[in-house]
Ligand binder design. Sequence first.
Ligand SMILES: Cc1cc2nc3c(=O)[nH]c(=O)nc-3n(C[C@H](O)[C@H](O)[C@H](O)COP(=O)(O)O)c2cc1C
Length: 181
Amino acid sequence: MRVLVAYATRHGATAGIAEHIAKELTDRGHDARARPVEDIDSLDGCDAVVLGGAAYMFRWLKPAVRFAKKYRDELAARPVWLFSSGPLGTDLVDAEGKDVLETTRPREFDELTELLRPRGEQVFFGAYDPDAEPIGLAERLTRRMPAARDSLPAGDFRDWEAITAWAEEIAATLASAEGSP
Ligand SMILES: Cc1cc2nc3c(=O)[nH]c(=O)nc-3n(C[C@H](O)[C@H](O)[C@H](O)COP(=O)(O)O)c2cc1C
């Protein structure tokens, strides 16, 4: 199947996850491509979509939300999966004992799952480089405050095994849809 892996990224971590998913789908016989949402002007020619975005301040990046809403009808007519790249660090539960992959689910996901009826959704650990060039006003201000800047765990926490496992599930679902009459 022709699969579009569309993503919104600020610093590249989500792009890396999207590229990895596209490669795993390709390795399993699908024609998958990862592309930034900003470069997409039509969903013609794709049979399924995986849409991902980074989470900042509890929210999915706006270009991902805009894309989901702009193409809501086309997306709802295809198999769709959503993912978010978010929490940092290695702790699986927060101070209150809650699963961090659940507490960092972007706020928009309730509305978007209602709208798009995705086949699945997933939150993945992300990456953060405190020395990267800040993007946007909020980040520039945060970087000037060492306490805020250093409050986030620095490093690449992307869980490639989990990402591969999720891509495998998608590949299998698409393959069975292809095989069904
Ligand atoms: C200022 C700032 C705020 C963040 N807020 C959140 C958040 O609310 N929830 C979350 O899960 N991750 C948050 N993160 C972590 C990012 O989502 C993570 O670094 C992500 O992988 C970045 O993806 P990108 O490189 O594609 O932009 C934040 C990171 C920064 C620098």
